[in-house]
Write a protein that binds this ligand. Sequence first.
Ligand code: GDP
Length: 474
Amino acid sequence: LPTVILVGRPNVGKSALFNRFIRRREALVYNTPADHVTRDVREGIAKLGDLRFKVLDSAGLEMAASSGSILDRTAEMTANVLARSQFAIFLIDVRDGLQPLDLEVGKWLRRHAPGIMTILVMNKSESLDDQTGFFTAAAGEAYKLGYGDPIPISAETGLGMAELYEALRPLLEGYMLHILSEKESQETQDTISSEDKECKLPLQLAIVGRPNVGKSTLLNALLQQNRVLTGPEAGLTRDSVRADFQFQERTIYLVDTAGWLQRTKQEKGPASLSVMQSRKSLMRAHVVALVLDAEEVAKARSSMKHAEVVIARRAIEEGRGLVVIVNKMDLLTGKQNSKLYEKVIKVVPEEIQTAIPQVTGIPVVFVSALEGRGRIAVMRQVVSTYEKWCLRLSTSRLNRWLHKVMRRHSWKDQAAQPKVKYFTQVKARPPTFVAFVSGKTPLTDTDTRFLTKSLKEDFDMGGIPIRIMQRAIP
Ligand code: GDP
């Protein structure tokens, strides 16, 4: 499902809107301790008319209202949460008018989630009538946020929900499968259950990265037991690691961990990534978690060293899911580091995208393995990447999609337009498709890229490699 995050300064009514969206359905609360205060992020399945989407209430991520800045751990958590969302609903309080903090939120959203599509709403509009012109003035002001015309709503009374629906629908419609007629809803259920079956198999995870980025420490945090010894001294890691664990009823099997730990410890220096280049270990993994060192990222010109780019590319080439983990975020806390901190949060997702242009939406998670923070976020991304990797789409659904998507694209030269008659998924893990093309015009690389991109966007398959093959038919 597409994910919509509710953002806004405190007390604008995020939770009220969240509650309206999920009605009586259960919300899942997960918390991440930050600054020793537990901050909750609520997550639920929202229903608005015939739209279904996942909604996240960021109320728990309240920023430091006093300073007006959103830094440090809260920001890091929020960045993790934002990475999971494709859409945002940005709330302001119409009665208060535009506050400096609203501008901060707007700026911050633009900075940290430039790709997120945002709908601006003016909450608490229930008691307003426009006789006084107040309303028009408020809307004019809100426009300055740069998120278009605001939609007046009331999370309390339900005013404006139809307008919100109209605004959300085209966005979610890009996602195709989320506007569910009863029939499709059934079909989705079927797909999910068959996909579940394959996904029930143990998830094979490889944790890779240069020496001393904190792989062992992260592993300990994941295992939540000191079964792997870590430390600056070489040779500490034993190969008697029992490296599998459970996460939310799922068995995670760590690939070749003992082996690579040993070898990386022995051969220090950049050359040691050759270990990870061993295709064998990558081939055995379903998901590859590439660990980077936040401090190195902050100081270096480019966040990824050559060896890291190589490994990331290789993982994708081998058809694995990829998750990037930026460790040691704790070294960048404090006011004096805020610039570095912001830089890291910004540049890593950008650079990974540049390094691997063929796969969009590779998840990046910011953690401190030493302090045990971000463990849940890492595992959620790993599992979600795995699930996408296992995804199976029914042929009927793919062909409905194909029909729409071919109309969305225009070919300069009509004759160059390939006649794709039929589209089907032949394999999952990773998702592999075949396009049946008739006539004399085969799919060009550009066509394939277009289809790949659309598949990714419409079926939320970011961060994983997708393959499309073609067959000529008469
Ligand atoms: P590996 O070679 O990638 O397995 O790295 P280790 O897990 O052995 O960690 C190398 C060093 O970095 C050790 O001294 C760890 O204590 C330290 N370290 C690991 N994770 C973190 C972290 O999140 N924050 C900080 N400050 N240090 C860390």
